[in-house]
Structure formats: C-alpha cells, structure tokens
Design a protein around this ligand. Sequence first.
Ligand SMILES: [Zn+2]
Length: 215
Amino acid sequence: MLQMFTLLLLLTFPFLSGAADVQTRANGNSQVVVSVYNDAKMSMRDLAGAESWASNILWQAGLNLVWRNCGHGAGHITRHVDCDSPGRIALRIIPGPAHPTQDSIFGVAFLASDGTGKYGDVFYQPAVQLHKELGVRLADVMGGVVAHEIGHLLLGSHAHASAGIMRAQWHGEDLHKLVKGELLFTAEQAAQMRTTVARNQQTLETQLELNQGSY
Ligand SMILES: [Zn+2]
C-alpha cells in the first residue's frame, strides 16, 4: 500500500523578492543521487536553479545531492546513463496533480507501508502560478518543493513537522524564509536522513557483494 504525502501551500503571504546566499561548509557530506524526469519541460535554466536551491538546502543537512537529468528540457533529451542506477531517488516534474483539488498542492512522495520509498512527483504549474502572483523566484519554489519531497523519501512516514522545510503547509513566513535560504531541515531530521542514506548505501554494497559472489 502506498502512502501519499502532499505539500500544500497557503496563498496568504505578502510579496517576496530576492534570495540570499546560502551558507556552505566544508565537504564530507554523504552523496544522494537524484534522477530528474522533466516531463513538464521546465526550462533547463529554471531546472538547474531549482536543483541548485534544493542542493543548498540538503547540503546544510549534511547531504550532497548528485543530479541526473533524465527527461526532456527545452526540447532536448538529456538522458544520463545512470538514470536507473540502484539506490537513486527518482523525481518526476509534471504539470500538476492527477486529481486537482482547490488547495494548491506542490508535490507528492510515494512511500510503502514500511516508510521506504524513492519516487516523488513535483508539480510545475502551481509553482509557476506562485511565481507570477508573488514574484518569488520559480527556482526557489521548485527547489524547496524538491527538497521537501526528498525529505519525505529519506525520513519515512510521519515526516511532517511544525517548523522548517517539512511543514505540511507553507505560509507566508515559510516562503519568506525559503527565498532567504532559511527554510531548512532540523538537526534531528538531518541526522535521521544521514542515517537513512548510510543504511541504504550499506544495503546496496551488501547486495553488490552478494551479486559478485554469485558468479
Ligand atoms: Zn509533505
């Protein structure tokens, strides 16, 4: 049974502008490969901006995102050889939810009953609407939603929190923090995600050893 976790955004905030530099720190972060399927044909410029913004957010949680652009972008297919590599997260950028509601839903992550998962959808049109209505950078919104959905896939069930990037609903103050690079994972969430990544890596290495031993 799949659980679906959606991100809502309440359109009750003032105009926002600009994005602050995000603090980085010394390398040593664990690596997470993310295959992106750009079915919405978002421009490569905006896609790169969104990936960069999500990378900034996850970087501060101690994770280094490695992007594989696997779908269409500005008329080009940029399929990467490692799109289907085991252990990767797969995010699909699509125009909108299959079953639209009155709420503005920005993304969804698909988790199995044990809380594991590696597939998520990010919705392009709601982000474009927000960009046009409020002047917030499209890359910031898309990057924030991408980071939120990756959070679901690494944190498992019940990942929503009362503060930070994993709030179920973003209000004006959250968007304001997002564009300033201050809407982040908590230290506890970051530690949990790093543990998940390390465990997944260990599982992959064990499987690889078993496969090699079977020849
Ligand atoms: Zn969510």
